[in-house]
Ligand binder design. Structure first.
Ligand SMILES: [Zn+2]
Length: 192
């Protein structure tokens, strides 16, 4: 398959995201496969991991994407399936850690999450628009860094985020994506 577009330089992801993706990868791979993957990593990336991920620090977007790709490449399922699962795991770890405020409405969850977008990445903005009682749309605006692994993990993140707060059958797709040459990443979100 032709490689999708990407822009890796200049941005950072919060350590909490990296910790969650790493945690998912290590659990999924098991100790032996993880050790094998670690051996095959570029030395700069391996050193970066060996220093220990600080959940309060920021990490280069490019390294985070490289790590997500390395984990997915070591697993038998299609990479997009792994990246989506990493995003879901990140929502489970990080949103529940936030103390799970009592929000009953998925719209409120998504509005809050786009408001708090600066907690996860240090670039761009996100905008939430409700579309009817059981759906809405998130647009990423002035997004300077993008890559397939990150976009797909964001789909999983939003999906799990509204699931945590009670939305049944959440579905998230991207109707537009910077990685496909579109002007924005647009996440279409629906639930039952
Ligand atoms: Zn995208």
């Amino acid at each position: 398959m032709e490689r999708e577009l990407e822009q890796l330089a200049g941005g950072s992801l919060h350590g909490r995201v990296v910790v969650a993706h790493l945690d998912w990868g290590r659990q999924r791979l098991g100790q032996v496969a993880w050790a094998r993957l670690h051996e095959g990593l570029p030395s700069a990336l391996a050193r970066w991991l060996d220093a220990g991920i600080d959940p309060h620090a920021w990490y280069p977007f490019a390294d985070c994407v490289a790590l997500d790709r390395a984990i997915a490449a070591a697993l038998p399922e299609p990479p997009r399936q792994s990246w989506r699962a990493m995003g879901r795991h990140s929502a489970s770890m990080n949103l529940l850690m936030d103390g799970a405020p009592h929000i009953a409405d998925p719209h409120e969850v998504l509005r809050r999450d786009t408001m708090l977008q600066g907690n996860w990445v240090d670039f761009g903005h996100a905008r939430y628009q409700p579309l009817g009682p059981n759906g809405g749309r998130i647009d990423l605006v002035e997004w300077s860094c993008y890559a397939d692994a990150f976009c797909v993990s964001a789909e999983g993140f939003f999906e799990r985020a509204i699931g945590i707060y009670g939305a049944a059958g959440p579905r998230v797709t991207q109707s537009a994506c910077l990685c496909r040459g579109d002007e924005t990443c647009r996440f279409e979100i629906e639930w039952e």
